[in-house]
Write a protein that binds this ligand. Structure first.
Ligand SMILES: [Zn+2]
Ligand SMILES: [Zn+2]
Length: 98
């Protein structure tokens, strides 16, 4: 199977990974975000709901995933597992790609 080389963003570098926004999930967000789409409260990689104390990564598209789930993904794909938007990180080094 020749997977066509579509214009797919490559995995993120370690520097880019370090620049992603890390946050810890708090239970109180469940109340606050009750009106948001369900995707805001669970990880679309492992499909588990976020629980208090989970370490999350928020992508520039505002989707959030467990950092442990997202980590292997972003090493091979530079886009959001949920909406497939490119993960653009502003680090000086990563600007060579247009
Ligand atoms: Zn997960
Ligand atoms: Zn997204």
């Amino acid at each position: 199977m020749q997977e066509a080389k579509r214009k797919k963003p490559p995995g993120l570098t370690k520097e880019a990974l370090d620049c992603l926004h890390l946050e810890v999930f708090n239970n109180y967000e469940i109340g606050m975000e009750a009106e948001l789409p369900k995707a805001a409260l669970d990880c679309s990689i492992c499909l588990e709901s976020f629980v208090d104390g989970d370490e999350l990564i928020r992508l520039p598209c505002q989707h959030r995933f467990h950092s442990v789930c997202l980590d292997p993904w972003v090493r091979s794909c530079g886009d959001c597992p949920y909406c497939r938007r490119d993960i653009l990180v502003n680090i000086h080094k990563a600007i060579e790609r247009t």
